[in-house]
Design a protein around this ligand. Sequence first.
Ligand code: FE2
Length: 353
Amino acid sequence: MAPSVSDIQAPSRNETIWQNIKKEAAKDPSYPFYFPYFDVNEKFPPTEIFEFTDPGTRADPAKPHLLTANTTKRNISPYIGTELRGVQISQLSSAGLDELALFTAERRVVLFRDQDFKDLSADRQIEIARHFGPIQRHPTSGNVKGYPEFHVVYRDVEHDRFREYIGGDRANRTSWHSDVSYEKQTPGTTFFFILDQPGSGGDTLFLSQVEAYKRLSPEFQKRLEGLRAVHSAVSQADHSRSRGGPVRREPVETEHPVVRVHPVTGEKALYVNQGFTKRIVGFRTEESEYLLNFLFDHISKGSDFQIRATYEPGTVVVWDNRLTAHSATGDFENVVRRHAVRLTPQAEVPIAG
Ligand SMILES: [Fe+2]
């Protein structure tokens, strides 16, 4: 006998989630080559200073190779973020890549859609990113065996390092930072390509540190002039050690100017971030906390100079780490896999503004 309507019950939320967990856990990542690899015995020597010329300095300001008749351009907001379609990063000539550097500096963040980048060979991906500087090898994060240039972002039902790092008891998981800003030569034009993504959620928030700086009064800007702040890799290394992860290079603490100048555009940008900036050099503890908390608050509340970068299959997000801060959004159930890879070319020693 067929069940009556009252006998049919929708599965409870917990049952539904559990069914999804089983379904998702049974699937393999679409790109298993990039599954995060952690070797606690992997070690890197301390970094050394290198000569750096930003490729954007060589670019034709009209950008004829990047913004062709086939390229569709949509600005996401006036201050930050542009979506490009109809251009393949993999097909750009050296001149086109120079233009990409300049365009990214001007727009802060560029979302390249429908890219074949994820299907290129690892060597070719690295070769493209190297155009923008030597690629940072992350001291603690998952990389790819034999390819320490890849920084792997991975989350599924069994792996949730992001939540662990942010702290399990936080009311929200927003965590503004500029990548590895503790390095002496901090990242410039940075590449991030998506491999597996949730149906919704998992966007990246970006803000313009140029606009954040411009919003301050001339008097306050003057007060920031000449100040330096310490950026530290120590908590990241401690966290990795505490969970049995690698520390491939001893953590560094580096002083950077609070306001930096972009080497190509000459624009000034705030260069402090909650993730790594620990204190203002020469200030008493309370003074330093007061100023940094004000700046962190100022940038995090600036919804009028922030965007959300969304992901579609084939999206490559390129941003200028010197002019932006960003945060992941951990807004999706961890039954869903999110898998992405970052290539992080390092740029100049920050120029004081
Ligand atoms: Fe990041």
